[in-house]
Design a protein around this ligand. Structure first.
Ligand code: PLP
Length: 390
């Protein structure tokens, strides 16, 4: 182990030196099919020519200025995001954590500006993951993430997954917003139940509070729509995105409707790096590719194919795979054997996957994956299931 680094990650002993599309190559020259995609980040795979070109061109022109000045590249990306979502305004930052944190500040500030400063609490759902800031740890309330980090930041209430009655009870005259992932990613690939988002919208509207989606993982085409909530056609007031937003360049964004965004007045929030020209070049290229005709339809087609094939594997190996679930190309295999063993075996056979809570193996292929690569991945999984069955 390299003791120069914080031991926060139990890293696998493999290092990659090159990526191309859906493939990664390690320092021994071994090829892997990358269905981890940097945890839902490399939406266009590795070194997509359009991204390489955009970033190269920008790198030779201008990397960073400051948000003290107009950044036309930022305005262009914001135009694309708002034209293709509920939102009217965008705040750019550098990670999912910052995007969610911006949203938390936004919902509090909204009620403050409305003359209801008592409304500052946020209700979340059990199993949620919203990031690693102190506030987000309190929002997610995962015991394993909290140990040793002192008293829980106040201002968060949590209700059981899918329980609308509990949600209604949890909303009080101190509540500012409901915060929810349309599909819980880290929590084990749990899509919200049908009709749940619509019911949340109703609860929020009745109480005069805001609906805040964390689409850090589910956004940017991952589920086959640009944003996962678009399947339900239930818009939020605030939304956090990040991971795939710039396809591997660290960029996050908080999107909001006009009436909410205007509460974040001059000086109320900021970011040194957020939305700098180099980052925006990457995000702009990702959006251009994703918004091209047929891109998301193809994600939907491949997702259908993959879930069908994975269901066959689950049926054939019930002693390994208990259930296939998810939405689009955010797929979880709930395992009967330890998920970590399956992930290790898949990696040995050249397929990368990511663990999620609830003993789940998560497949997050790049959205540019093709049918043959899906077939190859499923074949590797079959071989691994056969081997693990012993
Ligand atoms: C990954 C993730 C985050 C945190 O993003 P970072 O970029 O790691 O800070 C927040 N919410 C959800 C739903 C995520 O999947």
């Amino acid at each position: 182990m390299n003791t120069l680094l914080y031991p926060t990650y139990a890293r696998y002993d493999v290092a990659f030196e090159r990526g191309e599309g859906a493939y990664l190559f390690d320092t021994d020259g071994r090829r892997y099919l990358d269905f981890a995609a940097g945890i839902a980040v490399n939406a266009l795979g590795h070194c997509h020519p359009r991204m390489v070109q955009a970033v190269k061109r920008q790198a030779e022109r201008l990397w960073h200025v400051s948000n003290l000045y107009r950044i036309p590249e930022q305005e262009r990306v914001a135009a694309k995001l708002t034209a293709n979502s509920f939102a009217d305004a965008v705040f750019f930052c550098n990670s999912g954590a910052e995007a969610v944190e911006t949203g938390l500040k936004t919902v509090r500030r909204f009620h403050h500006e409305e003359g209801n400063p008592r409304r500052w609490r946020v209700v979340t759902v059990e199993g949620a993951f919203h990031g690693r800031t102190l506030a987000e740890l309190a929002a997610g309330r995962q015991e394993k993430h909290l140990v040793g980090f002192g008293p829980l930041v106040d201002g968060f209430d949590q209700v059981p997954f899918g329980d609308l009655e509990a949600m209604k009870r949890a909303v009080t005259d101190e509540t500012a917003a409901i915060l929810v992932e349309p599909v819980q990613g880290e929590g084990g690939v749990h899509p919200m139940p049908p009709g749940y988002l619509k019911a949340l919208r109703g609860i929020a509207d009745a109480a005069g509070i805001l609906l805040f989606y964390d689409e850090v993982q589910t956004g940017m085409g991952r589920t086959g729509k640009l944003f996962a909530h678009q399947w339900d056609d239930v818009v939020p007031d605030v939304m956090a995105v990040a991971k795939a937003l710039a396809g591997g360049f660290p960029v996050g964004a908080c999107l909001a409707s006009a009436k909410v965004a205007c509460a974040m007045t001059s000086g109320s929030h900021g970011s040194t790096f957020g939305g700098n020209p180099l980052a925006m070049a990457a995000a702009g290229a990702v959006l251009d590719v994703m918004l091209e005709d047929g891109f998301l339809a193809n994600v939907q087609r491949l997702a259908g194919l993959m879930s069908q094939k994975l269901s066959f594997v689950a049926d054939a190996y019930p002693e390994i795979v208990e259930e296939v679930r998810g939405l689009g190309l955010l797929v979880g295999l709930k395992c009967t054997v330890p998920a970590g063993d399956v992930i290790d075996a898949l990696r040995d056979d050249g397929l990368l996957a990511v663990a999620a809570a609830d003993n789940v193996v998560r497949f997050l292929p790049p959205l540019i994956v093709d049918e043959d690569q899906v077939d190859d991945a499923v074949r590797i999984l079959e071989v691994v299931c056969e081997r693990l069955r012993g």
